[in-house]
Design a protein around this ligand. Structure first.
Ligand code: FES
Length: 209
């Protein structure tokens, strides 16, 4: 939630509760993907940068593909117009989200990726790695591995290695704090880091996305 909304919730709690209830009720017959897509389009119509970034993250978490989001924006062209759509594209390009890169959009979705040789990973600890189109935090504990996305679930910020503070990962953009052992968000936010399915095979750690 933005600081402005937090202020209004504190200053006018009843009015704001009614507003949020209205939003929930208004979309209650829609599935999460459709709700997210409509929310993305409304953020482009209003040209709210933070809201657009936030709902792109939510849409991807709800299972929307980059192609579906682009289709939604292009279908809204008669209402949005070219200027607002290019405004949105400029933000998407600046965010550099793996799903929106042209090579990813044209690739077959879902395959196993070789993340690292197990011999190159620490027995215990965290390693930040780049693998194909993504950056990852890999946690290692006696040959038990967990592969987490480096992208923040709030607004898809690519969280750098420097954000690691012991067993906590602090997103530099708005300060959401994650427990690196589980990926859970433990402060400020309410959604965990994305965790990729992983397995070991022939001395390598593999992850699926
Ligand atoms: S993008 Fe907002 S806390 Fe990470």
């Amino acid at each position: 939630m933005s600081e402005a909304l937090e202020y209004l919730v504190a200053a006018r709690p009843e009015a704001m509760r009614a507003y949020f209830r209205f939003l929930r009720e208004a979309g209650k017959h829609l599935d999460p993907r459709t709700r997210a897509l409509i929310s993305i389009i409304t953020k482009v119509a209003a040209q709210t940068d933070d809201g657009f970034r936030q709902y792109i993250a939510r849409g991807l978490q709800a299972g929307l593909t980059a192609n579906e989001i682009l289709d939604g924006l292009l279908m809204a062209f008669p209402a949005l117009g070219l200027t607002k759509i290019t405004w949105a594209m400029d933000i998407l390009l600046a965010m550099d989200i793996p799903e929106f890169r042209l090579e990813s959009m044209n690739a077959q979705p879902g395959r196993w990726h070789r993340v690292a040789a197990i011999a190159d990973l620490p027995a215990r600890g965290v390693r930040r790695l780049a693998c194909d189109d993504r950056e990852l935090f890999v946690t290692c504990h006696d040959l038990e591995f967990q592969v987490l996305d480096s992208r923040c679930p709030h607004q898809v910020t690519n969280i750098p290695e420097l954000a690691l503070q012991g067993d906590r990962l602090v997103c530099p953009r708005h300060g959401w704090v994650f427990d690196i052992a589980s990926g859970a968000c433990v402060e400020k936010g309410d959604r965990p880091l994305r965790r990729f399915e992983s397995r070991t095979e022939e001395g390598s750690l593999l992850a699926y996305w």
